[in-house]
Every structure is written in C-alpha cells, then in structure tokens.
Design a protein around this ligand. Structure first.
Ligand code: NAD
Ligand code: WQD
Length: 353
C-alpha cells in the first residue's frame, strides 16, 4: 500500500513541485491549503502532470487553515479511520515576505509560529511524529562566513527570519523534551527559483514581486518595464549581490530525500541546508535569463536594499552526506524552465493582475 503524507501549503510554489515528485514516486498525498497565496489551479495541473485524478485517492485536497485545530483533528481522525493514516507531514504552509513581516509581525508569528505549534500538537495527539519543515537560510541573517555551514550562528534580522528560527527552536525543544519520539528534518532553503520543465506550474507571486527571479521573468515577458538592481558596490565579482539559486525541482527532490531518510532512520532532528554551493550575482541572473529567453532585460543600478547581505552561499555537504542529495540543475536550466513557465503563463494562474 502507498505511503500517505499530509502536505500543508502544497498548492504553493515549492509545495506544488514537491507534490509532483512525490506522486511520481508513488506516495498518496493530502494537501491542506487555505489558498491565501496560491491557486487551486496549481493542483489541477499537478494532478494532470502526475497523471492522477484530481482529488482522488492519490491527491486529495482540503481547503483549510493550519491554525484551525478542529480541521487538523478531523483530517488526522478521518485518515486513521480510513485505515490510511498519515505517515508523515511536509509542512510548507506559511508566510514568506520579508517586508510584510516587518509591517505585520503578529500575522507572521500567528501563521508561521502559532500555526506550526497547532500542527505539531495535532500530529502529537494522533501519533504522527515525522515532519519535514520548510525553514530558510534567512535564519543566518548576515552570515559571518560563506559558504554557510549549518553550525553558523542563528541571527535573524527580520520578523520572518525570527519566525523560522522560532519554529526550529520549537522542534529542537520537542526533540530534546521527548527523546526517541520525533523524526524531524528542518530544511534551510537558499534561493528557490525556476519551474517545472513542462512550463505548466511555477512561481506566481501576487502583485509586484519582491524577489529577483520572478521580477526578471516578468520584465522578460513584458509585464514590468525594468529591473532595479539593488546595489552595484557590493564586494562581489561585479558589484551586485550574490546568492545560491536552487532549481525548485532540485528542492522538491530534496524533500523526497529528507522524507525517505527520516522514514528509514530512527528518531532525530536533522537540520540541513538545501543549496547548490555555487553563487550567482544579480547580473549573472539577468544575463542567463536574457540568453535563455532571447529577451532583453532592461535594468537600472540603484541603491542597496536595506537588510540585504552581499553574499549568501550554502555549504551543501551535510545534505550530500546524510540525505544523499545534491543539486543537479544549473542556472541555465533554471532560466530555461523559468522562462517556459513565464512565457506560457504571463499572468501566472490568473487571467489578469
Ligand atoms: P508559497 O506562498 O507559494 O506557498 C505557501 C502555501 O501555504 C501557499 O499555498 C499558501 O496558500 C499556503 N498557506 C499560507 N498560510 C496558510 C495557512 N494558514 N493555512 C494553510 N495554508 C496556508 O511559498 P513557497 O515559496 O512555496 O514557500 C513554502 C515554504 O517554504 C514557506 O514556509 C516559506 O517560508 C519557505 N521558504 C520559502 C523560500 C522561498 O524563497 N520561496 C525560501 C525559504 C523558505
Ligand atoms: C536576491 C538578490 C537583491 C530584487 C529572499 C528572502 C529569504 C528567502 C529567499 C524565504 C539580492 C537582488 C532583488 C530586485 C535586485 N525567502 N534584487 N532587484 O533577498 O536573497 O532572499 O528570498 O525564506 O528569506 O530574504 O532574495 O530574490 O529578494 O534577492 O537587485 O528587484 O537580488 O538585492 O542581492 P533574498 P531576492
């Protein structure tokens, strides 16, 4: 019988790509999502790409909120009653906009921290104690050394980062307070970008994108006039900020690797960077995207953005050692697949802005 996994936030950018990888590997999934930052259409396309019925046994869908203990209790109870309990949870649901987290800190503590606590309580009550959690390289703040090891200091610089660090601490407390009970992987993603190679699913930010990659894609497709490059005086090879961009399909495969590592090993709390170990500057991304799309990407060099670091690059060796996972796709692959998605879906899953 297939292993069944609850995926919170599975309609979102990283969740939808992970659903495809897990469905293709034979897992049965139930996606819990309130669609606050995603579209049900993403799951319809996931079902079609993975060749499973929409909302059937392999891919069930529940609209609901991770902060609602009744919804969670009903989901876990119904799964147990059907004889197909959840063996694990992959927890993507959350808010991720740094600027919004500064303006609405309570909202971020509520969804990201209180929501995770509510989920963990439901998992514990139903004896489902295997969790893959979406953490972020944002917990490192301004890194003191690069590449960044998991042992680097945790020193967030905004409420979003603090919310991720708080959940990691909650998971560490749970692991040490109830030893030999939980199997937990906290995955610290670097910069997730790109799209499924079909071009049918991808990143679909609401409004003006905060992040580089979707902004560049929207300039290429003619939806935005020009990119603002935040700072050209950073201590990097061309003066623009350097990041570790990870293809979302590599990231999706990292979740499968983490899940299977946990299911095959004993209780633990594992913390892993998910990054490539390579850095690309803003102008490297602009040039690679321009080459992949055949489109000019007009840009203006402007002041640095407050809160940015010069360089963030993962040391990905722990994930290679423990999860047997490493990135396979290049910046060229990222731009080719990101462009396939943007060109075929200039307005994302919506018809208009
Ligand atoms: P996303 O916004 O595309 O996906 C998150 C999903 O969670 C969305 O479908 C949204 O509707 C859902 N959601 C939000 N609040 C919810 C709630 N209260 N109840 C149920 N569902 C809810 O984001 P993503 O880029 O796919 O990120 C997934 C996770 O990875 C997030 O936790 C994010 O913080 C983390 N992360 C993302 C990045 C990144 O740059 N994309 C980097 C590091 C970590
Ligand atoms: C990348 C580079 C910018 C936009 C953020 C979050 C982090 C994580 C991933 C969730 C930087 C430059 C950007 C633009 C630009 N999310 N840039 N013009 O800041 O590394 O990470 O997303 O966990 O928490 O902080 O990513 O894509 O915003 O920026 O020049 O319009 O592109 O200055 O050098 P960042 P980003």
């Amino acid at each position: 019988m297939s292993r069944r996994v609850l995926i919170t936030g599975g309609a979102g950018f990283i969740g939808s790509h992970t659903c495809i990888v897990l469905l293709e590997a034979g897992y049965d999934l139930l996606v819990l999502d309130n669609f606050s930052n995603s579209s049900p259409e993403a799951l319809a396309r996931v079902a079609s790409l993975a060749d499973v019925p929409l909302d059937g046994q392999q891919l069930q869908i529940k609209r609901g909120d991770i902060r609602d203990p009744i919804t969670l209790d009903e989901l876990f109870s119904a799964a147990a009653a059907s004889g197909r309990p959840f063996e694990a949870v992959i927890h993507f649901a959350g808010l991720k906009a740094v600027g919004e987290s500064v303006e609405k800190p309570l909202f971020y503590w509520d969804v990201n921290v209180a929501g995770s606590r509510t989920l963990l309580a439901a998992m514990d009550a139903h004896a489902c104690r295997t969790l893959v959690f979406s953490s972020s390289a944002t917990v490192y703040g301004y890194p003191e050394t690069v590449p960044i090891l998991e042992s680097a200091p945790i020193q967030p610089i905004n409420p979003y980062g603090f919310s991720k660090a708080a959940v990691e601490q909650m998971l560490a407390d749970l692991n040490s307070g109830t030893p030999n009970t939980w199997r937990i992987a906290s995955l610290r993603y670097f910069n997730p970008v790109g799209a499924h190679p079909s071009g049918q699913i991808g990143e679909d930010p609401l409004g003006i994108p905060n992040n580089l990659f979707p902004f560049v894609s929207q300039v290429a497709v003619g939806r935005r006039a020009q990119l603002r490059v935040f700072g050209s005086d950073w201590p990097t090879h061309d003066g623009t900020g350097v990041r570790d961009y990870v293809h979302v399909m590599d990231l999706a495969e990292g979740h499968k690797a983490a899940l299977e590592t946990l299911l095959s090993q004993g209780p633990q709390h594992l913390t892993c960077n998910l990054g490539s170990g390579d850095g690309a500057s803003v102008l490297d991304v602009v040039n690679a995207f321009s080459a992949a799309s055949g489109q000019g990407i007009p840009y203006a060099l402007v002041d640095r953005r407050p809160g940015d670091a010069a360089v963030t690059i993962a040391d990905p060796s722990r994930a290679a050692d423990i999860l047997q996972w490493r990135t396979k796709r290049t910046l060229t692959d990222i731009c080719r697949d990101g462009w396939a998605w943007q060109r075929a879906n200039p307005m994302g899953y919506r018809q208009s802005e």
